[in-house]
Design a protein around this ligand. Structure first.
Ligand SMILES: O=C(CO)[C@@H](O)[C@H](O)[C@H](O)[C@H](O)COP(=O)(O)O
Ligand SMILES: [Zn+2]
Length: 197
């Protein structure tokens, strides 16, 4: 297969995954946005975590809240737990890689905060530990997952929200995660700062 064909195939696969996601995700994205808005209205904040591309997604989300998304508005409180290399390397070195997010959540998480937990497989051990820590802190969880939800899906409580992308391909799942993150930012801004077309 030549390179042009490969590119066309990837675009088509991404479009197909987004089309399938459109059939199944809008309700859970709306629920997740309501949960986040309620937290923000009650002085809560959103902590975000994930590995690799999902670490980037965590930072993408937190920067859109802390700085701006598509309009001028006050900064909103969010922290990506993926950025402090001194904290992350020392936790991984002294304890375990599994605890790099959970230890930060035990320090920073408060009752009423929200954890945005991102894992395409639903199986990353450090994201699973993060969810346990969030529950211990009385935080609600929004989980962005894929495949069959992995080991994360059965961990979630009734008040949590799973946004599970219907694909088994990590890259395709990530592409929809980013779209879901932009939907969440749009819905949060619309709810807090008024409707924009
Ligand atoms: O971006 C990619 C692949 O597209 C990778 O960096 C990927 O995020 C990493 O392999 C992650 O460690 C995968 O973790 P997870 O999504 O299964 O939790
Ligand atoms: Zn990637």
């Amino acid at each position: 297969m030549n390179m042009q064909n490969r590119i066309q195939q990837m675009f088509k696969a991404s479009i197909e995954t987004k089309q399938k996601a459109l059939d199944v995700l809008p309700d859970s994205i709306e629920q997740a946005s309501i949960l986040m808005v309620n937290s923000l209205l009650n002085e809560g904040k959103i902590l975000a975590c994930g590995n690799g591309g999902s670490a980037g997604d965590s930072q993408h989300f937190s920067s859109e809240l802390l700085n701006r998304f598509e309009r001028e508005r006050p900064s909103l409180p969010a922290i990506a737990l993926t950025t402090d290399s001194s904290t992350i390397t020392s936790i991984a070195n002294d304890y375990s890689y599994e605890e790099i997010f959970s230890k930060q959540i035990r320090a920073l998480g408060r009752d009423g905060d929200v954890l945005l937990a991102i894992s395409t497989s639903g199986n990353s051990a450090n994201v699973i530990q993060a969810i346990h820590a969030a529950h211990d802190r009385n935080m609600q969880v929004v989980a962005l997952t894929g495949r069959d939800g992995g080991n994360i899906a059965p961990l979630l409580l009734p008040d949590d929200v799973e946004i599970r992308v219907p694909s088994n391909v990590t890259a395709r799942v990530q592409e929809v995660h980013l779209l879901a993150i932009h939907c969440l930012c749009d819905l949060i801004d619309n709810h807090l700062f008024g409707c924009e077309e």
